[in-house]
Design a protein around this ligand. Structure first.
Ligand SMILES: Cc1cc2nc3c(=O)[nH]c(=O)nc-3n(C[C@H](O)[C@H](O)[C@H](O)COP(=O)(O)OP(=O)(O)OC[C@H]3O[C@@H](n4cnc5c(N)ncnc54)[C@H](O)[C@@H]3O)c2cc1C
Length: 461
């Protein structure tokens, strides 16, 4: 057999499973069709670590609760910023209060602690900048924020450092059962293995019984607001409007704010602006960094172990709280594998992400220290986000380093500022070309067909 375990899909679930399994004496590979891992993690994800109170489905609520409880340990072990900022579900009339009490009672029945119903004075004390009329709020201290992409990359990097082989740009075409295992056919290779963990959503192979259709869907329209946006909230705020839409704001770990409308309708820019302004006050449009629209799913996530006797596990479904559930899903999958094989914990497992520096978060003393070590940390490439050449080079040279502009962007935060990269884009492309030993014209945005520079205008010898 080529491998003990093959993980299909390098999204956040695939990377987290790779991380958990890399703690054991197993020969593991992960296959991802894109240039980079975690490429499909929604770019401006809402970044919320839910606590299960909002979830109608009790099973999904349990997976969220379990994941939520694991976040303090996981984030400090693998060095990913995570903050329990808390959340408020706000009622503005008696009818909405009834909804809050329903959610509260359901949460108590589920055994969720650290929640309470607050009166208006207490709410304004928690959120002095809140300028709407309200009557009550359901307050939870459990809810948190994380950068999902950073989490996925950290999982991947540690798994890589502990021996998991990552096969990028390789698309799985089929999974076939053979005696004592599987043959996984890709567009480049055929691999044999004892166990397959399939985390590719929507893919259907010979081994799968029926195609999964994603139906439980709504639409999220959201603004990413600049760091210096004039209103700040401490908690995640959730309100309902007269159209039965859900409007929420999230303070991100990077210091900006997300303001979003979740609706059954497809809402455009100006309607989003109107609806959000009703909650947070008039928005200066110059402070809108980006506007995104994305479907939000609430399927039941199934960890399908029905073929575990043969060695096949499939994680099926799409859910708006899947980042929250990731640590719990990965732990459950790992425990199943461990109890079905004779693998042992690896003594040499290193539960640590390699060091990195974020120039913008350092003191001047710390900055001078790293510039002395490597003067590329003294050269700012992205002025809006204060990202240095040193950080970009590190993002490319790290384990599973960036090979595309999108990869550099997500790892370092370049181009997320007000100028959207107009000042630094060319420098990023040229650093990527230099570090990966490619031609300037061969650098892509994120995928094979996304070349940034078509050709040179003039050729000089
Ligand atoms: C707008 C939005 C906001 C969200 N906000 C939150 C939030 O606030 N909190 C929260 O907890 N969750 C949130 N989520 C959920 C979460 O971001 C996603 O559900 C999660 O990223 C899905 O991860 P995944 O690994 O399951 O799937 P994916 O990220 O889709 O990973 C699957 C991987 O498999 C690869 N792949 C597919 N087919 C093949 C193939 N044939 N061969 C090889 N590779 C293949 C893909 O390229 C991909 O990398 C949000 C989602 C959206 C869309």
């Amino acid at each position: 057999m080529d491998y003990d375990v093959l993980i299909l899909g390098g999204g956040i679930i695939g990377c987290a499973v790779a991380y958990e399994l890399s703690k054991y004496s197993l020969n593991i590979a992960l296959i991802e069709k894109d240039y980079d891992i975690a490429d499909d993690v929604a770019l401006v994800n809402s970044s919320i670590v839910y606590d299960g109170i909002e979830c109608e489905n009790t099973l999904m609520s349990k997976l969220e609760m379990m994941g939520n409880k694991m976040f303090d340990d996981i984030s400090s072990q693998i060095n990913v910023p995570f903050k329990r900022c808390g959340s408020l579900f706000i009622a503005q009339n008696v009818k909405q209060e009834e909804v809050l009490y329903k959610i509260y009672n359901r949460a108590i029945d589920r055994g969720i602690n650290n929640i309470e119903i607050l009166n208006s004075e207490d709410i304004y004390e928690l959120e002095p900048n809140l300028n709407i009329k309200l009557t009550k709020a359901l307050y939870s201290k459990n809810t948190g924020i994380v950068c999902p992409y950073d989490l996925a990359i950290a999982y991947g990097e540690i798994a890589f450092d502990n021996g998991v082989k990552f096969k990028l740009e390789e698309e799985v075409i089929d999974i076939q059962q053979i005696s004592k295992g599987f043959r996984v056919v890709t567009n480049k290779n055929k691999f044999t293995c004892k166990i397959v963990i399939n985390t590719t959503p929507g893919q259907n192979y010979t081994i799968d019984s029926k195609e999964k259709v994603y139906t439980e869907k709504s639409n999220i329209s959201y603004f990413l607001l600049e760091n210096d946006f004039n209103v700040e909230f401490n908690n995640i705020l959730n309100t309902f409007n007269e159209d039965n839409e859900f409007i929420y704001t999230v303070p991100t770990v990077q210091g900006n704010m997300i303001a979003a409308v979740n609706s059954s309708n497809d809402i455009g820019y100006s309607d989003t602006l109107k609806k959000i302004s009703k909650v947070i006050g008039n928005i200066d449009e110059n402070k809108i960094n980006a506007f995104y629209k994305w479907p939000s799913y609430k399927d039941t996530i199934i960890i399908d172990e029905s073929l575990i006797d043969k060695g096949y596990i499939k994680v099926v479904g799409k859910h708006y709280g899947q980042i929250t559930m990731t640590p719990s899903i990965a732990r459950i999958v790992c425990e199943t594998i461990v109890s079905n094989t004779s693998c042992l914990p690896k003594k040499e497992f290193i539960n640590k992400r390699r060091e990195f520096y974020r120039f913008r978060d350092l003191t001047n003393e710390q900055r001078n220290k790293i510039i002395k070590m490597d003067n590329r940390y003294g050269r700012i490439i992205c002025r809006c986000q204060k990202v240095t050449e040193g950080e970009i080079v590190d993002a490319i040279r790290r384990p599973l380093g960036a090979r595309t502009v999108e990869g550099v962007k997500r790892r370092t935060g370049v181009t997320f500022g007000g100028c959207k990269g107009s000042d630094c884009f060319a420098s990023i492309v040229s650093i990527l070309a230099r570090e990966t030993n490619k031609k300037f014209t061969d650098i892509v945005k994120d995928s094979k067909n996304s070349k940034i520079i078509g050709s040179r205008i003039k050729e000089f010898n």
